[in-house]
Design a binder for this molecule. Sequence first.
Ligand code: NAD
Ligand code: DAU
Length: 366
Amino acid sequence: MITGGAGFIGCHVVRLFVNSHPDYRIINVDKLTYAGNLANLKDIESSPNYTFVKGDICDFEAMLSLMRTHHVDGIIHLAAESHVDRSISDPFTFAQTNVMGTLSLLQAARICWEESPERYEGKRFYHISTDEVYGALAMTMPEGELSDRSAHKVYGNDFFTEDKKYQPHSPYSAAKASSDHFVRAFHDTYGMPTVVTNCSNNYGPYQFPEKLIPLFINNICHRRSLPVYGQGLNVRDWLYVEDHARAIDLIFHKGRTAETYNIGGHNEWRNIDIVRLLVSTTDRMLGRKENEDMNLITYVTDRAGHDLRYAIDSSKLQQELGWVPSLQFEEGIERTVRWYLDNEQWLDNVTSGDYMNYYEKMYSGR
Ligand code: NAD
Ligand code: DAU
């Protein structure tokens, strides 16, 4: 059972599991909020080992019934409210989905698994979390170097390791932190075989265009302004989404129970450098004059509580399971911009709201 499989990362995980594990029956449970889009899974929706169920993870009875009916033995839990800016204006929804939704799934899994003769044997509850739970790291790079645009370097000497103290700053990260605690509590209290991963910023195809990279690609195409928060000096550690999906597959199968693994790209970029790279790449691919659209960059009021720097130390995952990111950022950005330009219809359907009718069209009467 994969929750949130119609979202950005979820659709890559569902696709990977459906294609590379034909002997598994994959059940994708998604409420189809504004962030869920079944068109993300068009290529695999008719696969014999794939089932979509429209459902709310907060609905405990429905989750329990689903797990019993399908004899669910593994759960990869991605469903969440994921956008920091939305959490600032609507924190209740984030607490409800991310905390209560996770608790509801945990309790349903506990009841379902405890009533089977083999109990927790051969079972796994895998919770997908974020590096944002650790709070923000300092930037220790000398001031002078900040004018260097070449980026792609390390901006400090401190990193998020698995034993870093939780210090969430946004309602989003506070809710994710709380859900992580519940998952660990279910291991410690009931013996549930859990595993948690905390990943850095993902980018790639099918990301909802409210997040920095797809929003800005779309805006460059339509020559709309590019709203850079504050001075654009905040640093994020970017990972191509398919590399995250590969890590999830590996950890689901080989990760040690009750462990936490950090996943990241060793790929720190200041926002402003990414924005410039997006402008030059998109302009080039559209056949416009290189950098023609740099004037779209607009500095706007900073995000409240904006974390300065995220940087993951993923050496535990690399050493224990041999995972390494496969793509250099520049190549990943080329692929990503190309994908959004080639999939204008997908982007138009999302921005116009048309994508919300996909479920009715495809699944009504089934
Ligand atoms: P997303 O917003 O693109 O997708 C979330 C999905 O969850 C959507 O399909 C939505 O319909 C579904 N959903 C929301 N509420 C639900 C509910 N109550 N019941 C069932 N389904 C529901 O998110 P994403 O960016 O793909 O992130 C997926 C997970 O990975 C989240 O848990 C997020 O915290 C985590 N994460 C994301 C990133 C990132 O950079 N995007 C990085 C690290 C961790
Ligand atoms: O670190 C992992 C997290 O990455 C995930 O847990 C979240 O679900 C995911 O949304 C992402 O959070 P961020 O807040 O880092 O991503 P976002 O794309 O919203 O913003 C990236 C950076 O760009 C951040 O520093 C804020 C800035 N930004 C963002 C937007 C949308 C801008 O300057 N302007 C914008 O319009």
